[in-house]
Design a protein around this ligand. Structure first.
Ligand code: AP5
Ligand code: MG
Length: 214
């Protein structure tokens, strides 16, 4: 099962991708998490990516595409994966489609989590993230058991550098311009599934499970 998560920044792609990954035993691959891990470890890729991310812009395709193609060639991806944050542009989607077509394969589901812009900024200001394992919380909606500490791995939770309100607005603009066209792209490919992302995370997840098992 090869799944692509679509949706605006803060729609809940990471939250749902993690739940899908656990339920179906598929690796959760987030290009944002990979970049943040590189930033934390001070790698050259991390330093390059940080400049774009802090401004709410997309990291250039040269730094993103090879990284993703290498990752999905790894052994744990042979039964499928959940992509979160990739593709984000039509050229990225084309690269993925072509790479899969070489082995007679394709994306099985593109799950679009629909959340209006008004809800997004509020969600982002309360988000807390674990840079160690990728788990995501919200101080009101989805709090960790112990304040500031990740339930999954026990490491400290942080507020992401790109979650300042002005950067969130910039990211939303970039989303509408460059990423939203992927909804049409996957609709034409016959694999698009829409879910209403404004409800509780359990309700959103139950919709996703239904459509995957239909
Ligand atoms: P990335 O890390 O992918 O960020 P994003 O797409 O902006 O999405 P987010 O992670 O902010 O949101 P999400 O949809 O995962 O929501 P979450 O589950 O956390 O990318 C960051 C940057 O990296 C980009 O701006 C770009 O620069 C670069 N980048 C990454 N990939 C790239 C690519 N392919 N090409 C180029 N550049 C790339 O949920 C949000 C909050 O809401 C959380 O607090 C959560 O707890 C809460 N929440 C979730 N679901 C619910 C619910 N149902 N009800 C209430 N609260 C909820
Ligand atoms: Mg995310």
């Amino acid at each position: 099962m090869k799944i692509v998560m679509l949706g605006a920044p803060g729609a809940g792609k990471g939250t749902q991708a993690m739940m899908i990954s656990e339920k179906y035993g598929l690796p959760h691959i987030s290009t944002g998490d990979i970049f943040r891990a590189n930033i934390k470890n001070g790698t050259e890729l991390g330093m390059k990516a940080k400049a774009f991310m802090d401004e709410g812009r997309l990291v250039p395709d040269e730094l993103t595409v090879e990284l993703l193609l290498d990752r999905v060639k790894e052994e744990d991806c042979r039964n499928g994966y959940v992509l979160d944050g990739f593709p984000r542009t039509i050229p990225q989607a084309d690269v993925l489609t072509e790479a899969l077509a070489k082995s007679g394969d394709k994306v099985d589901y593109a799950i679009n989590i629909d959340v209006p812009d008004e809800n997004i900024v509020r969600r982002m200001s309360g988000r807390r993230a674990c840079l160690n394992c990728g788990a995501t919380y919200h101080i009101e909606h989805i709090p960790p058991k112990k304040e500031g500490i990740c339930d999954v791995c026990g490491k400290e939770l942080v507020q992401r550098d790109d979650d300042r309100p002005e950067t969130v607005l910039k990211r939303l603009g970039v989303y509408h311009e460059q990423t939203q066209p992927l909804i049409d792209y996957y609709e034409k490919a016959g694999v698009l599934r829409n879910v209403d992302g404004t409800r509780s995370l359990e309700e959103v997840f139950s919709d996703i499970v239904k459509l995957l098992e239909d």
